[in-house]
Design a binder for this molecule. Structure first.
Ligand SMILES: C[S@@+](CC[C@H](N)C(=O)[O-])C[C@H]1O[C@@H](n2cnc3c(N)ncnc32)[C@H](O)[C@@H]1O
Length: 228
């Protein structure tokens, strides 16, 4: 019987086989470091390849993400879309948004990604208005910022995601910034942990989502939305 955690070298094997580092990812990573952004906040290559696979499965054309950083996840998501597809990426920090814009331009996907500056929680209403005005719902949503608000984002997703669309969320099992507290510790009082526990439980029991958590990197939730 197989026991124990998956050996790390096997996870490296999968990542290097299916999502090897290329010059574009190297450029974005070098810019992240050069701009003084926090290291390790970006999604890993195995998560990126998972997004590409899932978005291509549903024929995604319009994606919105919360949390741009240097543009790693926006780059991966753009790879899944056709040439006239669009990723809207929301970033709180205007300087980082500008770095990401330049990176995405340099790696040839600038025409597919629009980086908007603002707070994810404040962007929910205008994005909903945009969807209502154009009648174009999103095919996929990626949550990677404002983690204490994940339950609100889940509720909002039902108005902006098309039936058959996908909701992704990062850090649903762990994060460096949780000050040593863990998801399963019943005494944790970090608002992000409490919100993520609530989000995970809501997704697991949601009548209009089929979901799970893929235990890669920090834990990535994925939910297939059935519609109202
Ligand atoms: C974990 S990083 C995102 C990493 C990115 N998705 C990637 O994989 O390359 C989180 C980002 O969200 C931004 N951020 C933090 N709070 C935010 C908020 N309330 N609204 C929008 N962005 C926020 C941070 O500045 C940071 O760039």
């Amino acid at each position: 019987m197989l026991t124990g955690p998956m050996p790390l070298e096997l996870l490296d094997y999968v990542r290097d086989l299916f999502a090897p580092e290329d010059d574009n990812l190297r450029l974005i990573s070098q810019s992240l470091t050069a701009s003084g952004m926090p290291e390790g906040w970006e999604i890993s290559r195995d998560v990126g390849q998972f997004f590409v696979l899932m978005c291509r499965l549903i024929g995604a054309k319009r994606v919105v993400e919360f949390g741009t950083l240097a543009g790693h996840s926006a780059y991966w998501l753009s790879q899944a879309l056709p040439d006239d597809g669009k990723v809207i990426s929301i970033e709180l920090n205007p300087e980082w948004a500008e770095v990401a814009r330049q990176n995405l331009q340099k790696v040839g996907v600038g025409h597919k990604v629009e980086v908007r500056v603002g707070s994810a929680t404040e962007m929910m209403a205008p994005l909903l208005e945009e969807v209502q005005a154009t009648g174009q719902k999103f095919d996929a949503i990626f949550l990677d910022a404002a983690k204490a608000h994940y339950p609100e984002f889940l509720a909002w997703s039902e108005d902006v995601l098309r039936p058959g669309g996908l909701l992704f969320a990062d850090n649903v099992l762990r994060a460096d910034s949780w000050r040593g507290q863990t998801l399963l510790d019943p005494t944790s009082d970090d608002p992000r942990i409490l919100a993520i526990r609530q989000f995970n439980s809501q997704l697991a029991n949601h009548p209009r989502y089929t979901g799970t958590i893929i235990p890669i990197r920090a834990g990535v939730a994925v939910g297939l939305y059935h519609g109202k």
